[in-house]
Structures are given as structure tokens and as C-alpha cells.
Ligand binder design. Structure first.
Ligand code: SAJ
Length: 422
């Protein structure tokens, strides 16, 4: 049975026990923010091993190590395995599990489905269940809607930007409920930790669509600038100069060409909305073509390398993660690029200061070192390039700048994306 007033009072008095399911870059900070406010928080992760590592203070989210140790010491946070029986003994459930892509770029909801099944088996009554995982419209209701008979259900998609100093506390939060009482409970809960306003929307589907929209918007605009960069290359125009000039127009939001789009959001989310659109037979050509454009960028950079490569040259790829200063390899376009180098029999090695060398080896790539190269390829523009490039670039080095990092000439020449410096 649902008892709105009882649950509302418990939330207002911080007496609710909060379960955070998924302790990655979304779930762990959220657990810390709620625990810091005095809530009893239990985190749930895939295995007992992962849970015990976290309970010993092992933190896989950069920048949260100290705060994790603090809430562990204060004993208002514990990590558990999802199979743990304590799961039933919570009032609020915030689901923050990954929704990645399968190899064929189709949505992979398997982790979320496992969580939904686990919660359904509990027949939870008078709980508040929140889905923060990124899904296409209607998915939250499809997977979790049955729980709303005796509990409350909300969708509030996560908007974390890994590697930036914005945290869940200071990012405006969109939230939609299966009904008004669910929405009110969700707003009351998040208001306990948020420093920014909440954006309440009509229903869960609107919240789901808004997340798809914001990330697909970004992917398609990146695709647009990649197309313009290819034209700029052909015309010998500096795309960055054109972007900086266009930025003076209030309605232009700058995006930048690169070796490609990776990560677990911008690369992934548009495929979720396309899957739904295809089911509904609604063509989304702009999205489809934009994704093809972004996927073409590793090959575009390969063609630049082939113009300068000669057998026996020392080629170093610097940075292999999907974006700068983030040690995350998911969907990284630089990995696709390196596989292309290998397919085209181009000898190369990979150096990434923030990725464990073993991981580079496990991908079958040769570990590179910071020593002089004939061709220096910027795969990811980590801030460490400023320190390292001097060891790698000599006056004869050709720099293939996959991130348009260099603003002035280094080496023999800098071949960027939509620009060159020689
Ligand atoms: N990229 C470009 N050109 C650009 C911007 C990005 O090629 O102009 C590439 C990046 O190198 C990366 C990929 O696209 O490979 C995604 O970059 P991102 O900066 O969007 O980084 P993400 O994937 O961490 O995006 C997150 C997203 N957060 C969530 O989905 C919750 C996204 O909503 C944010 O817009 C983004 O952070 C942000 O604003 O930085």
C-alpha cells in the first residue's frame, strides 16, 4: 500500500534509508552527497568483491576518494552486492546503472532489466523508486512501471559531466513522475542535496526525452562541425578561426571537430532514440546521418597519416581515452583509429599518461614512450601534452593533431582537422 504522507514525512526528517544501485561516476557521488546530509545510504554494486573494495575505501571515481573515506568512517554509508538481502530494507531506491550499446550499436538494457527484476521480486510497498539511468522514452515505465502499484516511481536522468568540476549538487535536475505524488516525493528528496533548481516536467517520458534531446543535440552539432572541418581542409581555411568568429553570434553554440565522438553519453544516447524512432517508423535522418559523420572521423584522420607515413617511421599516438583528462576508454574513437592504423599495416605505439599501460597492452597495442617520433598523433588532448610533447616532437616531426590542440607550429608541421600550421 502507498502512504504518501508517511513517506514524505520520513524524507523531510531524513529518516529514509536510501539505496543507490550502481556505484560508478553517477551513483557513488550521489551516495556521498546524501550521506553527507545525514541520510543512511546503502550502495549496491554488481559483486561482493566490488562492494568490499569500496567498503575499504577503494574509489573508482576521480576526485571522490577523500569524501568516500569520510562517509565510511561516519558509518552512514556501506557498499553491498545487489544480491544482498539488505536491499529490501530501504525506503528510497535510486537506480544509476549503465545503459551502454551492444556491438551492433543497439541499446543494451540488460543491467537495468536485472535491477528491475531484482526490485520486482521484493514487491516493494510504499517506497520511492527513481531511475537516473539514461533510457529512451517509455523505458522506465516498461521496466519499472509495475512497481508503481504499491510504490512511487520517478525518472530523473543523470547529467553528470565526467572530468568537470560540476557535480550532481550543482547541475539543474530534470524530474518527471508517474503521478503527482511520486513527483512530489522525488522533488522533496533531491531538494535535500541540490543547490540548483529542479525542473519538473509533465511525466517520466518527458524527462526521458529531454535527456535524449540534450545529448543528441550535442552529437549532431559535433557532426555538423566535423563536416565543416572537412570542407575547411579542402579550402585551406582555419576552421577554428571560423568557429571563433561564428561564436560572436548569440544563436551559435560552438562545437569542435575531432578524431571522433566517444564516451557513454554523446556517442550512445542517439542510438537509443534512433531505436525507438525506428520502432515507431519515424525517420530521424539528421540524427542517422550525424552519427555516420561522427563515426567517419577516425578514418578521416587515418587518411592524413597515410599521406606522411613511410615504413620504418616511428609513429606515436598520444592519448587513447574518449576525452581529455578522463581515464575512460568506453567507445573511444581513438581505439577505433588505432585499429585502423593496424589494419593498414602502420606501425605505431600508444602512450597515455592516465591509462594503465596494461590496458593498452590488453588492447593489443604497443606501449609507447615519450621519445622522438617521426609522426606524433594527438589522440586525446590530455593537459599533460604541454609537458610531454617536447620529448616527442623534433623539428622533423609531423604532428597529426586529432584534437586541434596545438595553436602554433611545432615540429615540421601540424596537420589538424579543418586546419593546418606549417
Ligand atoms: N567532442 C567533440 N567535439 C566537441 C565536444 C565533444 O568531438 O565539440 C567529443 C569528445 O571528445 C568526446 C565526445 O565528443 O569523445 C563526448 O564529449 P562530451 O564533452 O560531451 O563528454 P561526455 O560524453 O562526458 O558528455 C557529458 C554528458 N553528460 C551526460 O550525458 C550526463 C553531456 O550531457 C554533457 O553535454 C557533456 O558531458 C558536457 O557538457 O561536457
Amino acid at each position: 500500500m502507498r502512504n504518501y504522507q508517511k513517506l514524505l514525512n520520513k524524507i523531510e526528517k531524513k529518516q529514509v534509508k536510501i539505496a543507490i544501485i550502481g556505484l560508478g561516476y553517477v551513483g557513488l557521488p550521489l551516495a556521498i552527497f546524501f550521506a553527507k546530509r545525514g541520510f543512511t545510504v546503502r550502495g549496491y554494486t554488481s559483486t561482493k568483491t566490488t562492494a568490499s573494495l569500496i567498503n575499504q575505501g577503494s574509489c573508482n571515481v576521480t576526485g571522490y576518494e577523500t569524501r568516500l573515506k569520510k562517509i565510511l568512517q561516519e558509518k552512514n554509508f556501506t557498499a553491498n552486492a545487489l544480491s544482498d538481502t539488505t536491499l529490501d530494507d530501504n525506503d528510497v531506491y535510486i537506480i544509476c546503472v549503465p545503459t551502454p550499446l551492444k556491438k551492433n550499436n543497439k541499446p543494451d538494457l540488460s543491467i537495468l532489466q536485472t535491477v528491475a527484476k531484482r526490485l520486482s521480486r521484493m514487491h516493494p510497498a510504499n517506497r520511492l523508486i527513481i531511475n537516473e539511468s539514461t533510457v529512451a522514452p517509455m523505458t522506465t515505465k516498461e521496466l519499472l512501471g509495475s512497481l508503481a502499484c504499491d510504490s512511487f516511481l520517478v525518472c530523473s536522468p543523470e547529467r553528470i559531466d565526467p572530468g568537470s568540476n560540476m557535480t550532481a549538487e550543482n547541475i539543474p535536475k530534470v524530474i518527471g513522475g508517474i503521478d503527482t505524488e511520486s513527483l512530489e516525493l522525488g522533488v522533496t528528496l533531491y531538494k535535500q542535496i541540490l543547490k540548483k533548481p529542479m525542473i519538473t516536467v509533465n511525466d517520466m517520458e518527458t524527462a526521458e526525452l529531454s535527456k535524449m534531446l540534450e545529448n543528441t543535440y550535442r552529437a549532431v552539432n559535433i557532426a555538423l562541425i566535423n563536416e565543416f572541418a572537412k570542407l575547411a581542409d579542402n579550402l585551406g581555411i582555419d576552421i577554428l578561426e571560423a568557429i571563433n568568429a561564428a561564436k560572436t553570434k548569440w544563436s551559435f553554440q560552438a562545437h569542435f571537430p575531432s578524431i571522433g565522438v566517444g564516451g557513454h553519453c554523446i556517442k550512445v544516447d542517439p542510438y537509443y532514440i534512433l531505436e525507438l524512432a525506428n520502432k515507431k517508423q519515424i525517420p530521424m535522418k539528421v540524427v542517422t546521418d550525424g552519427l555516420v559523420e561522427n563515426e567517419s572521423m577516425p578514418t578521416y584522420v587515418l587518411e592524413k597519416v597515410k599521406k606522411y607515413y613511410k615504413r620504418g617511421m616511428h609513429v606515436l599516438v598520444y592519448g587513447i581515452t574518449y576525452k581529455k583528462n578522463v581515464a575512460d576508454l568506453r567507445e573511444s574513437p581513438v581505439i577505433s583509429f588505432c585499429n585502423l592504423l593496424r589494419q593498414h599495416m602502420i606501425d605505431f605505439s600508444v602512450y597515455d599518461p592516465i591509462v594503465d599501460a596494461k590496458k593498452i597492452e590488453q588492447m593489443g597495442f604497443t606501449i609507447g614512450r615519450r621519445k622522438q617520433a617521426d609522426i606524433f598523433i594527438v589522440g586525446t588532448d590530455h593537459k599533460t601534452i604541454a609537458r610531454d610533447y617536447k620529448h616527442i616532437v623534433s623539428k622533423d616531426t609531423v604532428v597529426i593533431d586529432g584534437r586541434n590542440y596545438f595553436q602554433s607550429k611545432v615540429g615540421k608541421k601540424v596537420i589538424g582537422i579543418g586546419r593546418k600550421i606549417e
